[in-house]
Design a protein around this ligand. Structure first.
Ligand SMILES: Cc1cc2nc3c(=O)[nH]c(=O)nc-3n(C[C@H](O)[C@H](O)[C@H](O)COP(=O)(O)O)c2cc1C
Length: 287
């Protein structure tokens, strides 16, 4: 029996069940399987190192299932160095029917997706952000519950900070009771790339080093990552850059004693497989 609801009609699916984007987990196989079961799966764009690799992942899902699936674009400030404009272009080029935006303000993308006839679902944790998404033209909102499956929403942070301060003070027999407003403000604005675990670890260390009842958090640890920061380069982005450098230096010759494979110390077939995985094709240039 099929369901009929505003969501099934909006997305052309049998059941109002959505599989939200999950970094490193929401790949072609999962999205295709959810689609086959009658719901809608979302491939996670930022699991793919580049827009080209996202295109390859979309093609893989299409080879697995004829059912519709969408793409998740997580716009977290912590996700630096990602080519979001490129991901959006791939989504539009490939004719994806629905996008789940999350983690940040989707204003920049909603308009271009809507122009391309793509349904936009914005996922958030507060009514305030849901109303904003509606105002920006989102077709639907997905409301995640408290702490958003590991990544804390900014409104969740003060309560989590108080909870962890209390927990670790009790455990270590300390009397840390006051959280300075300036510290709390920095904690709320920090993007927490390591999720709630990172928040708890930081509070635990802060409780240990606080000499008295006032929580002392080294403010230098709460600087948001920047686009240029070396730490923000992911392993696959670094690998991609290194391979591209070798390809450019050898004029895209892969095999032979002067080819890129020898230069990189790998077999030609391994290089070809890495290139496919990273979405590298002849003529691409390093940024
Ligand atoms: C392991 C894991 C990774 C996730 N990664 C993302 C992500 O990258 N982007 C995103 O928008 N949501 C992410 N989520 C949130 C899920 O898409 C979903 O919104 C959330 O789990 C709430 O649904 P649930 O209550 O059914 O778990 C992640 C969730 C899990 C469990």
């Amino acid at each position: 029996m099929k369901f009929k609801s505003r969501i099934t009609e909006l997305l052309g699916i049998d059941y109002p069940i959505l599989q939200g984007g999950m970094r490193w987990a929401a790949r072609a196989e999962l999205a295709a399987a959810v689609g086959e079961a009658g719901g809608m799966g979302f491939i996670s764009a930022h699991t793919q190192a580049t827009p080209q690799a996202l295109g390859v992942e979309i093609d893989r899902a299409r080879a697995l299932s004829k059912r519709p699936f969408g793409v998740n674009m997580t716009l977290l400030a912590a996700n630096t160095g990602l080519d979001y404009a490129g991901y959006a272009a791939t989504i539009i080029e490939r004719g994806i029917p629905a996008v789940e935006t999350a983690g940040g303000n989707p204003a920049e993308f909603i308009e271009q997706f809507k122009r391309a006839g793509i349904k936009v679902l914005h996922k958030c944790t507060t009514v305030r952000h849901a109303l904003k998404a509606e105002q920006l033209g989102a077709d639907a909102v997905c409301m995640d519950g408290f702490e958003c499956a590991g990544h804390p929403g900014e409104d969740d942070i003060p309560a989590l900070v108080r909870y962890f301060v209390e927990k670790h003070s009790r455990r270590m027999n300390r009397q840390v009771e006051t959280i300075p407003a300036e510290t709390l403000d920095l904690l709320v604005r920090y993007p927490w790339p390591g999720n709630i675990r990172e928040l708890e670890n930081l509070i635990e260390r802060a409780v240990i080093v606080s000499p008295g009842p006032v929580l002392r958090v080294p403010h230098s640890e709460l600087k948001p990552p920047t686009e240029t920061g070396g730490d923000s380069l992911t392993l696959s982005a670094a690998e991609r850059d290194h391979i591209l450098k070798a390809l450019e230096a050898t004029n895209w010759v892969l095999a032979g004693p002067r080819g890129a494979a020898v230069r990189l110390g790998m077999k030609r077939t391994t290089l070809q497989s890495r290139m496919r995985k990273l979405g590298l094709f002849k003529g691409q240039r390093r940024k």
